[in-house]
Design a protein around this ligand. Sequence first.
Ligand SMILES: [Zn+2]
Length: 242
Amino acid sequence: MAENNKHFKSLIDLVTFDQKAFEIQAAITKERTAMAKIQDSISALQTKVNVEKEILDQAHRLVKKHELEMKELDEKEKQKSKQLSIVESDKEYKSIKKEIDFLKSQQHELETTLVDTWNKLEQAQKKVELVQAETGTQIKELEQSLEKHQFVLAEIEKSAAVLASERRPQEEGIPPEWLEKYNMIRQQDTNPISYVVQDTCSSCFYPLTSQDLLNLKQKKLIQCRECYRFLFRKEDTADETH
Ligand SMILES: [Zn+2]
């Protein structure tokens, strides 16, 4: 009996150990989730800035385009004015004058457009600066928080590695067939141990059969027929040295 009690104790210790490992894994997942969320927030803020930068670029391109058009109109007008100074006929003069007047009206229209695009460029520039100022602090804070999480994660991962290296010795003193069963349940359940309370499984409240109760009395390893957890009586797992 005492031998079996030792086996129970060893298995319970292993379960406790694995529970801790499971908690550490959960903590790692929690850190990674938090970090992914922060990364998303940073990306969203960066996108906000990029959208405004794109608007600014478009405004820049539009200003350049109109400025070039203006330059071309100026050139044309200059040429026409030169021609005007050397015309010989009245008819020719009138025709060129008409062209010059048309160019001037085009210049006038373009000037209005140009002023409008300059204003838009200025607004876009201000908006970029504003959004950069707004998001800059937020991004910095998020990056700092990310660094903290990275540090915490590294620490947890270190303890996970230590724990992983310690698991094998924990299996000592447990009969191989128990270990095999336990490892099988462990893949599906984070807590593969349940206690018998009033002849039922305390996890799922499934009643034990009389055969189960007899086996339990004989200190055999039994599993719940409903949830498949290992069933123990609390007193069987108590440390005998205490
Ligand atoms: Zn059960």
